[in-house]
Design a protein around this ligand. Structure first.
Ligand code: F6R
Length: 366
């Protein structure tokens, strides 16, 4: 059942190239220069006329929602708010018929997300679901939707669900950008081409596994870890920290790199591993200067960098390379080494990777 892998989580990490391809199959039509998504096409007017998009989700799916905020605002110029479903449902939120709500859920059964959807519907909002499990409660409760087609995710720690959610949300953002005319024809086409190349690049990122294992060995006894990123990769930092917490039980925090100096920098000493996402596209120089600040306080730096990087390599204790892509797609690559790193640390610490203590695969109670 685990396809020759020791754990479902490892199997699912390695399935990502195929899962991402399955997600965009039949939707991403590069030669024709179009994105085909029935759930969007059938409701195009409603979605294009939205005042804003409200994304609701929990956990890892909420992190995918945060990535989508950058894509929707950057490419489609639609204001986006990303909300924890559990907070949204209880704070008497302002929702109107002009709002489009996107609910993201792997299982399609998360109680808080489901309740938030019902609330949004009762206020007249149009609700679009991004689910993995076909026929799930959330898939049925939403007005329209797009499945991620990632295949069954058994490991409690979400991996391929996250990258396929980002893939679907990217397709939606690109499609809306094209319809709204906020992206040029050539830029749109360039995005389609780059997205089509992502599965092969994920495959390449996975080849770093042996090297990542060595990095894991070095830091497996840390008591605390920090994860930093900026822009599109800030949510990836949050997700990297969550993956480490949930399966290895090591305390970890994700932060926007520039927020360091507003507090967390006080934690830095030679005991503190800091994982910094520092890809070439997206605030590279600023991240390099954040790395210098950590270095001057003796923090240990592990950089997630673009292939061929020089500057971070010179400063960091370790680097893990990922292939180059356009900025908006970097989360699909930078996530991979952070998943593997958490996996290897948890295995080395002899934790139950697929079924971490206190956690359930789908949270059907609030
Ligand atoms: C983390 C994880 C959880 C889920 C969260 C939402 O690895 O698995 O944080 O992401 O419980 O679940 P779904 O996406 O099923 O609504």
């Amino acid at each position: 059942v685990k396809g020759g892998y020791d754990h479902f989580m490892l199997k699912e990490i390695h399935e990502q190239p195929v899962a991402i391809k399955d997600t965009y199959r039949g939707r991403l039509l590069v030669k024709e220069g179009i994105i085909r998504m029935a759930g969007i096409d059938d409701n195009l007017e409603r979605i294009l006329n939205a005042n804003r998009i409200i994304v609701i989700a929990c956990g890892t799916s909420w992190h995918a929602g945060l990535v989508s905020e950058y894509i929707f605002e950057d490419l489609a110029r639609i204001p986006v708010e990303v909300e924890y479903a559990s907070e949204f449902r209880y704070r008497n939120p302002v929702i109107t018929e002009k709002d489009v709500v996107i609910a993201i859920s792997q299982s399609g059964e998360t109680a808080d997300t489901l309740a938030a959807i019902k609330l949004a519907k009762s206020k007249g909002a149009f609700v679009f679901g991004v689910c993995n499990v076909v026929g799930s409660s959330i898939a049925r409760e939403t007005h329209a939707g797009a499945y991620t087609h990632a295949g069954p995710e058994i490991g409690v720690a979400s991996t391929k669900a996250f990258t396929t959610q980002i893939t679907v949300l990217t397709l939606i953002a690109l499609k809306l950008a094209k319809e709204k005319g906020t992206i040029s024809k050539s830029e749109f086409q360039h995005h389609l081409q780059e997205l089509e190349l992502i599965p092969d690049k994920v495959e390449k990122a996975l080849l770093q596994d042996e090297h990542i294992k060595k990095v894991a060995e070095t830091y497996k006894d840390a008591k605390n870890c920090l994860y930093l990123g900026r822009g599109y990769n800030f949510p990836v930092a949050l997700e990297g920290a969550l993956k480490l917490k949930e399966i290895s039980y090591i305390h970890a925090e994700g932060y926007p790199a520039a927020e360091m100096k507003h507090g967390p920098i006080a934690l830095i000493d030679e005991q503190m591993p800091v994982f910094v996402i520092a890809t070439k596209k997206g605030h590279y120089e600023k991240v390099v200067s954040n790395i210098e600040e950590i270095k001057s306080r003796s923090g240990k730096i592990i950089g997630i960098v673009t292939e061929g990087d020089v500057d971070v390599k010179n400063l960091a204790d370790h680097v893990i390379e990922v292939p180059e892509t356009i900025e908006s797609l970097t989360p699909l690559l930078t996530t991979i080494p952070l998943q593997l790193l958490s996996y290897h640390i948890a295995v080395m610490l002899d934790k139950n990777v697929d079924q971490p203590r206190n956690l359930a695969k789908s949270v059907t109670v609030e």
